[in-house]
Design a protein around this ligand. Sequence first.
Ligand SMILES: CC(=O)N[C@H]1[C@@H](OP(=O)(O)OP(=O)(O)OC[C@H]2O[C@@H](n3ccc(=O)[nH]c3=O)[C@H](O)[C@@H]2O)O[C@H](CO)[C@@H](O)[C@@H]1O[C@H](C)C(=O)N[C@@H](C)C(=O)N[C@H](CCC(=O)O)C(=O)O
Length: 574
Amino acid sequence: MTGTVPAGVGSTRAPAAEGGVAEPDGGGEYALAVRSASSMRPEAVQARPLSALASLLGPSSSAVPSPGARVVRGAVTGVTLDSRRVRRGDLYVAVAGASRHGAEFAGAALAAGAAAILTDPEGRDAAVATGLPVLVVPDPRAVLGQVASWVYGKPAAGITLIGVTGTSGKSTSTFLLEAGLRAAGHRTGLVGGVEIRAGDVRFTPDLTTPEATDLQGLFALMREQGVSAAAMEVSSHALALGRVDGLFYDVSIFTNLSQDHLDFHRDLDDYFAAKARLFTPELSRLGVVNADDAHGRELAGTAKIPITTFSASGAPEADWRAEDVRLGSTGSRFRLVGPGGVEADVAVGLPGPFNVANTLGALVALVETGVPLQAAVTGVGEFTGVPGRMERVRGDGDVPGDVQVIVDYAHKPGAVESVLNSLRAVLDDGPDNRRAEPGGRLVVVLGCGGDRDRGKRPMMGEAAARLADVAILTSDNPRTEDPLAILAAMLEGALRVPQQERAHVVVEPDRAAAIRLAVGGASPGDVVVVAGKGHELGQYVGGEVIPFDDREVAAAAIAERNRARRAAGETAGA
Ligand SMILES: CC(=O)N[C@H]1[C@@H](OP(=O)(O)OP(=O)(O)OC[C@H]2O[C@@H](n3ccc(=O)[nH]c3=O)[C@H](O)[C@@H]2O)O[C@H](CO)[C@@H](O)[C@@H]1O[C@H](C)C(=O)N[C@@H](C)C(=O)N[C@H](CCC(=O)O)C(=O)O
């Protein structure tokens, strides 16, 4: 595996900042402004009596060392389910994990200053051995959201909250929502896998949807920051693991569903069931659902909360529609048509049909939370893009009309298809014209993660070979697997595409070399998409994270290409 992702091509960049601009880290101001997700807490500390917690947990709980007692002495000021994040006065919640039980770390929690432990019968003895007050419930994870909300005093109660779930489009939708909320005069919060914001305070996410303990701490900080409305990504993991329990969404959006995360969910039905949980009366008041998606239509028919539907393809049965859609290489325009004769002209600076759907869904949700339509339209119109999502990369000495290099986070078959289809749609000759000749070709560089859903690998290879002109298959977070084994499965999928319809397929396990090959070998007018990592700054190789930034590698490759072309006298500036 050595050499697959050379450590020498390390990133010096911090996570992307607001407005899609990534700034150098180097320990400067920017690095100080972004905090680690482990510190998502309110500034003010408030003590909550454990006796009240025992009452909250009800008859299923028991307090130790006085079994059956309803009163436990002491108080807690914070809560976490990770001993490494314990602060003095915290309630440490010891849950059974995928690989071990949190009670193994009860001693570490004590040493870090925990004031009490909440656990299950399996964790009881280890917890009691610490000498701390212990509460035992059958399934602590099931009550974690309520408990964390209690510890921080129901922090999200006064905040207008919009959730977004679906396989693709969650990040873009939440950024669009946040822009619309801001345009309507809200002070905003944003929760997702690209960035987390509580007013002026920013965090680097380590999960798309944080654990309930961190999430409630974050909302408590939002409350202190005067945040009045927030948009958040709600992953299927979060729904299955109860991370968002204890929150209530004014509006929840369903974008779409395609195969993903089958290493965690049993099958596609199980994955869909997890997403559908957001559209229940316990979690949301209203659902805004994409009627162009088959699972969206199913959800609209079965959900137990009111649903309003939208269609970016103008389906007449949808409540809200995008009509007169005009797709451009830098953005889209459409006419929004809603119930009761509502209409508005919308322009958004994000290319591709899927961004028409993301924008439409966001506008509907904004209107449903009381944002005036015009403010919503203005907000989304001013939005310039999510870091690492269809992000154009430039290099020193760029030459107009030369290759365009785009980095995108797409790492699932459906997302890769969307990206390639939308770029096809804006390449001059439309979607059906495959090109063997240089100029205007679509070149994709992509891989597939190790130790994750294996069924996705041939699908990714197949999508690339079917929709691009050149597909360079490479590594993407191989983790503990041999990258060549992953690539073999991707290649198998690519070869399912009949030869006359298939892209030119190249296998290059070294990701940096694959990017250099794509950029260096492109012709003027070609579009190169580096898919899979987007804003992420590392590659998981073996047990380590190796610094790696697709944008940095691509920018260096473009600069190298520009130098070589100038030296060969191929550009006007030569
Ligand atoms: C499958 C899953 O979600 N796993 C989460 C789960 O880990 P786990 O069950 O394996 O935990 P474990 O390692 O067995 O440990 C058991 C318990 O001991 C605790 N512990 C462990 C070690 C220690 O030193 N001290 C300690 O207290 C852990 O915090 C945990 O509570 O509990 C951990 C603690 O909260 C999470 O960090 C971990 O997320 C891992 C990192 C993860 O990768 N999750 C991904 C799959 C995820 O949730 N992804 C979704 C969707 C992404 C997308 O949109 O594509 C997301 O929302 O991010």
